[in-house]
Design a protein around this ligand. Structure first.
Ligand code: NAD
Length: 255
């Protein structure tokens, strides 16, 4: 897999799945634009250690105008976005009648509307250059529901729908758009949910119970495995893979 000369933008790539995907893309030779908060320097150093050009943009993807600034930065500094991985996401857990309206709005903005904005802004450059890959990190929650996750499930179902529309609108081009639908991946986002469950401080039991409830493999998906799939979707072999919602969920949705 050789992605030399291509530029990838991975939203939310300072930790977890996004960072795992960015590292795989960098290993394949792609230049990287990272985005997200927190451990920016460590993420940049890890990607640069792969020998590629890397930058970071601090856009809050919940704000359309900041996504526009990030795409403009990509065009000015990297010549545009060839591979767009819409990954940034947040979670909030509460019953629907107690769900804070502000959390609903934030999840819809960050997990769903950001995918629309980044896609509509990156697509013209992809069309101009005649090649592009868009990979949306949805979730099993783009396909099935779970209690207490109204906003997240609504947003991820929206991402799967948007993926299909973009795939259809780009079907006669060298641009593809697909979604990955992971089950449990042990990242800071999930660690928070494990901590919420471990009211007695027994994190191992909470982790086992979380897996046992939904994921038949009883094992976590890894960011590296998702990165490998993004590489495959970026390859010529995947040029007719269009509009799929590809589960990587240890059997969760097979039940
Ligand atoms: P994470 O919390 O480890 O990472 C989230 C990343 O998004 C971080 O880099 C963070 O800084 C960034 N981010 C958060 N809000 C942002 C904003 N407003 N603007 C820009 N960046 C922002 O989470 P993760 O588990 O790696 O999740 C990544 C994606 O994968 C999310 O879309 C999540 O819904 C999805 N996902 C995760 C799992 C899982 O089990 N961890 C399963 C399915 C899908």
């Amino acid at each position: 897999m050789n992605l030399q000369g291509k530029t990838a933008l991975v939203t939310g790539s300072t930790s977890g799945i996004g960072l795992g995907i960015a590292l795989k893309l960098a290993e394949a030779g792609a230049n990287l634009i990272l985005n997200g908060f927190g451990e920016v320097d460590a993420a940049l150093a890890a990607v640069r250690a792969k020998g590629v050009k890397a930058g970071h943009h601090l856009a809050d993807v919940g704000k359309p105008e900041e996504i526009a600034t990030m795409i403009a930065y990509a065009e000015e500094q990297f010549g545009g976005v060839d591979i767009l991985v819409n990954n940034a996401g947040i979670q909030h857990v509460a019953p629907v009648e107690e769900f804070p309206v502000e959390r609903w709005d934030a999840i819809i903005a960050i997990n769903l509307s950001s995918v629309f904005h980044a896609t509509r802004l990156a697509l013209p450059g992809m069309r101009q250059r005649g090649w592009g890959r868009i990979v949306n990190i949805a979730s099993v929650h783009g396909l099935v529901g779970s209690v207490q996750k109204a906003a997240y499930v609504a947003a991820k179902h929206g991402v799967v729908g948007l993926t299909k529309v973009v795939a259809l609108e780009t079907a006669q081009s060298n641009i593809t758009c697909n979604a990955l639908c992971p089950g449990w991946v042990l990242t800071p986002l999930i660690q928070k949910q494990i901590e919420l469950r471990a009211t007695d401080g027994d994190f191992d039991r909470a982790r086992r119970e979380l897996l046992a409830e939904k994921q038949p493999s009883q094992d976590f998906v890894t960011p590296e495995q998702l990165g490998e799939l993004v590489l495959f979707l970026s390859s010529q072999a995947a040029s007719q893979v269009r509009g799929v919602a590809w589960t990587v969920d240890g059997g969760w949705t097979a039940q």
